[in-house]
Design a protein around this ligand. Structure first.
Ligand SMILES: Cc1cc2nc3c(=O)[nH]c(=O)nc-3n(C[C@H](O)[C@H](O)[C@H](O)COP(=O)(O)OP(=O)(O)OC[C@H]3O[C@@H](n4cnc5c(N)ncnc54)[C@H](O)[C@@H]3O)c2cc1C
Length: 813
């Protein structure tokens, strides 16, 4: 065998993900693709997967990706002649308590919102479907008839054959040993059998993806964890088409296999494999059986399926699988390297994801842009923090242990905290702050009054912080609050061509005079919203860019990647150089003018401006902007001075009743004001026109910018979906997002955000109303609306204007 000396794309790894990616690159894009596998195809994690295929996730796009897998597996045999073992058995999920039942009612609503039918069944119905099961402790079960199971190795071989049929070249027993690099680009893949020059590389190396990435300087934060299941002998009375079964309250799952059962589980005390290098010679290998560790699952499984007590165990599988710190897989172009794409870290749903992940990854490789909103799996959701292997391991094990726990709203991770703290951490803790964490930063979510323990108590209804957050919210509306937003990501773009670069990157006109601040979206070529941030002009050749904490790596990569060829503009991340104190509320000016000699009157410091002012002897960047709909400033303070400036504001604010306020109040305030949140309300799937943000796009100017052409194309036509607000009066309802929107009784969309507005005294949701015939003002206004919340219909009112507007601020100014 001789390897080709060059290829357009080299895919590394012959597991299900690599084979699916190669298949889609060859089939859909006719790309000259070479796949390299160090052992035999499937010999990593793929061959020993259990083969359950579920589809529903909390993200609409990822659910679409998983649905695609199922469609692909159904039809692949017809194309390649190789069966995939796909069986649409349906999936039962059991509930043994009220919280779990509420979770399923919400899941069933989410399924409906995403176009799938999930039903809730009684214990008797469950028993009829799965007679070998003990149902005495059940409240009921959810039933998704279109889920199923497949044979992992067969799917992979079928995809490999399909890839070859479409012209891909697949090589076994070829190990990638390094890369030839030019700057941040790979020019050739080195192997133990020669080099292959190439334009792009796709790293689908499973649990080896971390070390393959490291050879090109990129970080793939995954952790191999040992995962076990057993395969039993035949069990009398078990139907060959028995639904797959998940019993999360007993942390176990089941699948029929040649008349017996596959049974495995997710234990709260998982065992990490190595945090060092994964050995190369791990072809078709397993760990030794570990019945001591597995016993906890056996006990639970026998209680559910008593036949397991007597049936023989044919085989135990104890294999490694890559897990990640947030339970989502890792896809996309690596921020550290211009032409390495990654598809790895599949958290034991790589078989379910494989077909769809290969489809979207191939598209991403070809276009350089994700084809839909893949933010939750995007490799740019990580940061330098994720280079710390021990931190990643600890958080990953926590995520694994939570795989089957009830998903309470607003739940925070506990491990690896505190990790990054603002200079105000101790001060705010003394004020009874309850913190959450975002990209490693501790951030105050709320402040507990003396009568309440400073700790989240999770439940499915209103949680223990509800009233305290209401007080914080009202305080900002009526007096003044101070938010510690030091974790904001901050960059400076400098250079003679900085303005020119931003003209192309930003949808809004940011090339304003020095001292002006602009709210803008960054769009992809489809006109979808890739980022949402503020850009302030500090000097002719210097801009200050502020974005959300979690978007730090993503937005910086997006900006850097889109600086036009040959332009002289440099992006620097200055996040840790500045603490951020947001002073918000009708008394904000009184407080600010008491601590600075600068004129902060509306006339000399209007909305949408940035000024340097001095507070407590420190030069502070003051940005007149708001995310709460009140008068306010974001004060960007040299990080070491954050404490002093905070103390000065608190002292001067005393007579105006200043108080620290947390992120949960911020969320409620922004919901009332109708500000959109990136990642939920506005995503790469949505254009500013659909999102009601057309006013922030410079279509009337003659400047070209990314996404312009796409927006112009849809400009004249009526939009097929439009963003709208909804309120629900019933105080018992809890809105979280993904609830179905009904217009005249028909589903027209789902909520992208949900919460409570304490000033308006109502529950608030936002979402897109869709209609294939176009969504006009008339269409929106003329309907009668309801929301489906945990399967219950509740009347709702639609709103096209902010629910609360103090009129003193005009964000559109
Ligand atoms: C016990 C167990 C049960 C599971 N059950 C399920 C289930 O029911 N449903 C489900 O959806 N998922 C399940 N999974 C998960 C599933 O197996 C994985 O998510 C999936 O196989 C990952 O595929 P992959 O292609 O990313 O990785 P792999 O299959 O590991 O493929 C990566 C390949 O890259 C190759 N490679 C690495 N380094 C190099 C190099 N330098 N040069 C060349 N080649 C290289 C490796 O040899 C390997 O073959 C389970 C996993 C385990 C462990």
């Amino acid at each position: 065998m001789t390897l080709p000396s060059q290829a357009a794309v080299v895919v590394i790894g012959g597991g299900i993900i690599g084979c699916s990616t190669a298949y889609h690159l060859a089939r859909d894009h006719k790309v000259d693709v070479v796949l390299l596998e160090q052992g035999k195809l499937t010999s990593g994690s793929t061959w020993h997967a259990a083969g359950l295929v579920g589809q529903l996730r909390s993200s609409a796009s990822i659910t679409r990706v998983l649905k695609y897998s199922v469609d692909l597996y159904k039809g692949l045999e017809a194309e390649t002649g190789l069966a995939t073992g796909w069986k649409m058995t349906g999936c039962l999920r059991l509930a043994t308590n009220a919280d779990r039942w509420t979770e399923y009612k919400r899941l069933a609503t989410t399924a409906k919102s995403f176009g799938m039918d999930m039903h809730l069944l009684s214990p008797a119905e469950v028993k009829a479907m799965w007679p070998l099961m003990e149902t005495g402790d059940l409240v009921g079960a959810s039933w998704l008839p279109t889920d199923g199971q497949a044979s992992p190795s067969d799917i992979t071989q079928s995809l490999a054959k399909g890839a070859r049929m479409h012209g891909a070249k697949l090589y076994e027993d070829v190990r990638v040993t390094g890369f030839e690099m030019k700057g941040d680009r790979i020019t050739a893949v080195k192997t133990d059998q020669g080099d292959i020059a190439c334009d792009k590389v796709v790293n689908c190396a499973g649990q080896w993806a971390r070390q393959v990435g490291a050879m090109a300087g990129i970080n793939v934060p995954l952790q191999p964890v040992k995962h076990q299941y057993i395969v039993t002998e035949k069990i009398a009375g078990l139907a060959t088409d028995a639904p797959t079964l998940r019993d999360p309250d007993r942390r176990t799952y089941f699948k029929e296999e040649v008349g017996g059962l596959v049974m495995g589980g997710y234990e709260p005390n998982p065992q990490a494999w190595t945090t060092g290098e994964v050995p190369n010679d791990w072809e078709f290998r397993l760990f030794d059986d570990d019945y001591d560790h597995f016993e906890q699952h056996l006990i639970q499984a026998i209680a559910r399926v008593p036949a397991l007590e007597t049936v023989g165990v044919k085989q135990m599988i104890n294999g490694p699988e890559s897990f990640t710190p947030d339970g989502n897989f890792i896809l996309g172009v690596a921020p550290e390297c211009a032409n390495m794409f990654v598809g790895a870290g599949f958290n034991a749903f790589g078989i379910a994801s494989g077909g769809g992940a290969g489809w979207v990854l191939a598209q991403w490789v070809v276009d350089g842009e994700a084809p839909l909103d893949l933010w939750v799996v995007d490799i740019r959701r990580f940061s330098n923090l994720h280079r710390d292997r021990h931190w990643v391991c600890e958080r990953t094990l926590e995520a694994y242990g939570k795989h089957y726990t009830i998903g309470f709203p607003h739940e925070e991770y506990a491990s690896g905290r505190p990790r990054i703290v603002s200079p105000l951490y101790e001060r705010l803790k003394r004020q009874r702050a309850v913190f959450g964490s975002k990209l490693g930063w501790e951030r105050p979510n709320w402040f507990a009054p003396e009568s309440v323990e400073p700790k989240d108590v999770y439940s499915m209804g209103r949680q223990n912080w509800f009233a305290a957050v209401g007080d914080e919210h009202r305080h900002v509306r009526e007096h003044v609050g101070i938010f510690d937003q030091s974790s904001f990501a901050k960059y400076e773009l400098s250079g003679p061509d900085a303005a020119k670069a931003l003209d192309w990157i930003c949808a809004n006109d940011v090339s304003k005079p020095v001292g002006r601040l602009t709210y803008t979206q960054l769009l992809n070529t489809r006109g979808g919203i890739e980022a949402d941030l503020t850009v302030s002009r500090l000097a002719e050749e210097k801009f200050y860019i502020v974005t959300g904490t979690g978007f730090r790596t993503h937005d910086a990569s997006w900006i850097s990647d889109h600086i036009g060829e040959g332009l002289d503009a440099r992006l620097t991340d200055v996040t840790e150089d500045f603490g951020t104190l947001s002073l918000m509320g009708p008394r904000a000016r009184d407080v600010l003018s008491a601590v600075t000699g600068s004129d902060v009157s509306n006339a000399s410091f209007p909305f949408g401006h940035i000024r340097e002012i001095v507070i407590a002897g420190h030069t502070v960047r003051a940005l007149r902007v708001t995310y709460v709909g009140e008068l306010g400033w974001e004060l960007h303070v040299p990080i070491a001075a954050t404490g002093e400036v905070f103390d000065a504001l608190m002292a001067a604010g005393k007579e105006h009743d200043i108080r620290p306020v947390g992120y949960r109040a911020l969320e409620s305030l922004r919901l009332e004001k109708g500000y959109r949140a990136w990642g939920s309300d506005i995503t790469p799937n949505d254009t500013p026109l659909e999102a009601g943000l057309g006013w922030a796009v410079k279509l009337r100017k003659n400047t070209d910018f990314v996404g312009r052409r796409a927006l112009e194309k849809v400009g004249g036509a009526s939009l097929k979906k439009r963003f709208a607000g909804f309120t629900v009066d019933d105080p018992e309802i809890v809105l979280l997002g993904r609830e179905t929107i009904l217009r005249d009784g028909e589903p027209v969309g789902y909520l992208t955000s949900g919460g409570h507005g304490y000033t308006v005294g109502k529950n608030i949701g936002y979402g897109y109303v869709r209609s294939a015939d176009g969504v006009s003002d008339d269409f929106l206004a003329s309907g009668s609306y309801e929301l489906v919340v945990a399967m219950q219909r509740t009347p709702a009112n639609i709103h096209l204007e902010p629910l609360y507007d103090p009129a003193m601020e005009r964000v559109k100014a």
